[in-house]
Design a protein around this ligand. Structure first.
Ligand code: HPA
Ligand code: ZN
Length: 332
């Protein structure tokens, strides 16, 4: 079978997806009208045209501004529902979805609003087509650690709906060590830990995420090759990286897709996975990321199969469910 068909048809997991980064320009436009939010754009086409980024921060500025149209429970339902439908179209059978509560609580929108919307969409997708999802609550690292502590406290009624806690937003100048104490508390609560590290930041930030936060996965991590000892450690420990190729291209972490190191890392034996990060901002959902790896880097069928296996291996699913899906990755 042609690789494009395999990319579409094989079961896959997505492990690095910010739900606020799946807000479609058309939905942003519709919600801005609904709530009379004034956007600095005159049309959906203008929103799309604005998505040209120089670096992570230039993206984050638009991403937080875009999230301002999300106001009531139904908005969060629609946001989640639209992504879960995309999963169905792309044969993403399991998704571990990040959300940024501080982006909403800072605007006076509480957990009871967004969690209710997310949960309603998740339950509907589970009932209608057996969609499997886990939620990852992420702290914004440009804010103080004290704010992360209070967010963790506010989330208390929802702990049984949250599988893991993450760390995202502006990386440079906000190293993992800034959040060492709050992640110690997270681990005491029995939650898994992930952190963005080594996207724009140095290999040392990846070491800090490992040693100080005791992460179960690294989000991005593409700068690991700056430190050969770190590369060896990641291989030996099989500590997963959730890599986002189109994101790296759009945020100029790499100059061209054919410079991406994901297949090198894969061939070296690292547990790397492919993910879309913020698909509406970066020009493609998950399958488009796989397609571009084939087009630009010549990803072959064996590599595709390994990346799909990795997507389940690196997930927080129970072992039996991981194995079930891995057994269903049939490449002819
Ligand atoms: O790629 C990212 N990096 C950091 N923070 C983010 N928040 C959404 N996407 C990202
Ligand atoms: Zn991310």
């Amino acid at each position: 079978m042609a690789i494009e068909k395999l990319i579409q048809s094989l079961p896959k997991a997505e492990l690095h997806l910010h739900i606020e980064g799946s807000l479609e320009p058309a939905l942003m436009w519709q919600l801005a009208n609904k709530h009379q939010v004034v956007l600095p754009y005159q049309s959906v086409a203008e929103i799309e045209a604005a998505y040209q980024f120089e670096d992570l921060q230039s993206f984050l500025d638009l991403y937080y501004a875009g999230a301002d149209v999300l106001r009531d429970e139904d908005d969060f339902f629609q946001l989640m529902w639209s992504y879960l439908n995309k999963c169905r179209q792309e044969n993403i059978v399991h998704a571990e979805i990040m959300f940024d509560p501080q982006t909403h609580t800072e605007r006076g929108i509480g957990f009871e609003v967004f969690m209710a919307g997310f949960e309603r969409a998740i339950a509907q997708a589970r009932q209608q087509w057996g969609m499997s999802t886990l939620l990852i609550m992420s702290f914004l690292r440009h804010l103080p650690e004290a704010d992360a502590f209070s967010t963790l406290e506010e989330a208390r009624p929802y702990y049984d709906q949250i599988a893991a806690i993450g760390l995202d937003s502006s990386e440079l100048g906000h190293p993992p060590e800034k959040f060492e104490r709050v992640f110690a508390r997270v681990r005491e609560l029995g939650l898994k830990v992930v952190a963005h590290a080594g996207e724009e930041g140095p290999a040392d930030y990846i070491w800090q995420a490992i040693k100080l936060l005791e992460v179960d996965r690294i989000d991005h991590g593409v700068n690991c090759q700056q430190d050969q000892k770190l590369v060896e450690y990641l291989i030996q420990q099989q500590l997963p990286l959730t890599v986002c190729p189109l994101s790296n291209l759009k945020l100029k972490v790499i100059e061209k897709m054919d410079h991406h190191n994901i297949l090198q890392l894969l061939e070296a034996g690292m547990l790397v996975t492919v993910n879309s990060d913020d698909p509406t901002y970066f020009g493609g959902y998950l399958n488009e990321n796989y397609r571009q790896l084939h087009a630009a880097l010549g990803m072959n069928t064996a590599q595709l199969k390994q990346l799909l296996i990795n997507s389940f291996k690196a997930s927080f699913l129970p072992e039996s469910q991981k194995q079930h899906w891995i057994d269903n990755i049939n490449v002819y």
